[in-house]
Write a protein that binds this ligand. Structure first.
Ligand code: 5AD
Ligand code: FES
Length: 357
């Protein structure tokens, strides 16, 4: 039976460790039954930290003049793609700030090169882009797109995402466009944004279900001192008892509930989770609903410049280090490294209605 909104809310407010153990167990079981024991590896290349936006929480925001900006070359990205193949990854995730210098054509040519030179699935995570761009990149061979809606509370969204002149954000509309274009669609939220209430978070999880997401990424909100929210976030907090904490435990709850509402989704145990618990955050995420990890392939010289939040995990590790670290962690909890591209089981089902499987 499908979990109701009321139950979602109850779990979000639950703090008895024995009851929570039931939630972890249930999510782990649904994960095993729906997507199996394989943990898929998605190599992440953070290829540009330029950004035209001023999101209240993000260290890459336009106004942050403290960080040096970089943009990798197409050849640099391709070198990382080949490294992903050598490590046995099935997917390359190309992520950047919302960089208007990333032209439609340039990005399409990078996608085309990756698709012709490697067997990798390509996931794009480039922020809010127009339908023509998304269509062109899909045409070029991009398989998946990640765009977190961050919060389903429109008022809160608008507070922390100032609009660009003449352009009002509508990420839900973009997620629908991505679906129409045949992408596997990923979204997600931050947990514990100042002003985010339990009701909001329950609505977010309900929206995961409504959107029938192929991929769901969630992580704790981590205050960045060079951002308005990092400096003045306390003033935005919801009343005590209503404000969602940005805690490790709350993050596991959302991972677990995401698994229950979208059993077949690919759900990463995120870097933000590894940041709040460097010892075992990744593992606990994988044992409470997640089935994906995203080893960082960004060349070391750029890593520390992609500082969306402080003390980010893996900031000094080379691609080889993350590769070995994660392979080891996956084996240590009795799971296997995924083979193949790790496509979305729900997407396959939807896009081939005649398929008896
Ligand atoms: N803390 C946690 N997550 C953050 N992100 C951006 N800034 C922060 C922060 N300060 C997340 C957003 C974005 C993803 C790439 O990183 O959810 O979608
Ligand atoms: Fe990067 Fe463990 S994943 S060091």
């Amino acid at each position: 039976m499908e979990i109701t909104r009321q139950h979602i809310l109850q779990w979000l407010r639950e703090d008895d460790p024995r009851r929570l153990a039931e939630l972890w167990q249930q999510a782990d079981q649904v994960r095993r039954d729906s997507v199996g024991d394989q943990v898929h590896l998605r190599g992440l290349v953070e290829f540009s930290n330029h950004c035209v936006r001023s999101c209240g929480y993000c260290g890459l925001r336009l106004g942050n003049e403290v960080i040096a900006r970089y943009r990798m070359t197409a050849d640099g990205i391709l070198a990382s793609a080949h490294q992903a193949v050598r490590f046995g990854y099935g997917t390359l995730v190309l992520q950047s700030g919302e960089d208007e210098e990333t032209s439609t054509r340039w990005m399409a040519s990078v996608v085309r090169r990756v698709k012709s030179e490697t067997p990798l699935a390509v996931t794009l995570s480039l922020g809010e882009r127009g339908r023509d761009d998304l269509a062109c990149w899909r045409e070029a061979g991009a398989d998946r797109y990640l765009l977190r809606f961050e919060t389903s509370n429109r008022e809160l969204f608008d507070k922390i995402h100032p609009s660009l002149p003449g352009r009002h954000s509508d990420r839900i509309a973009i997620l629908h466009q991505l679906r129409e274009l045949g992408y596997e669609v990923g979204s997600g939220v931050m947990i514990g944004i100042p002003g985010q209430t339990y009701d909001d978070l329950a609505n977010d999880i309900e929206l995961f279900r409504q959107l029938r997401l192929d991929m769901i990424g969630v992580g704790p909100y981590l205050p960045h001192p060079a951002t308005p929210l990092g400096q003045f976030g306390d003033r935005l907090a919801a009343p005590p008892g209503e404000q969602v904490p940005n805690s490790e435990e709350m993050t596991y709850k959302v991972v677990a509930l995401a698994r229950l509402v979208c059993p077949k989704a690919n759900i990463p145990s995120t870097t933000a989770l590894a940041t709040v618990n460097k010892e075992e955050g990744r593992e606990l995420g994988l044992q409470r609903g997640a089935n994906v990890v995203m080893p960082n392939l960004t060349p070391l010289e750029y890593r520390r410049l992609y500082e969306i939040y402080p003390s980010k995990a893996c900031i000094q590790e080379r691609a080889e280090d993350c590769h070995h670290c994660l392979s080891h962690r996956i084996a240590a909890i009795g799971r296997e490294v995924g083979s193949g591209r790790g496509d979305s089981a729900s997407h396959r089902h939807r896009s081939t209605p005649a398929d008896p499987g």
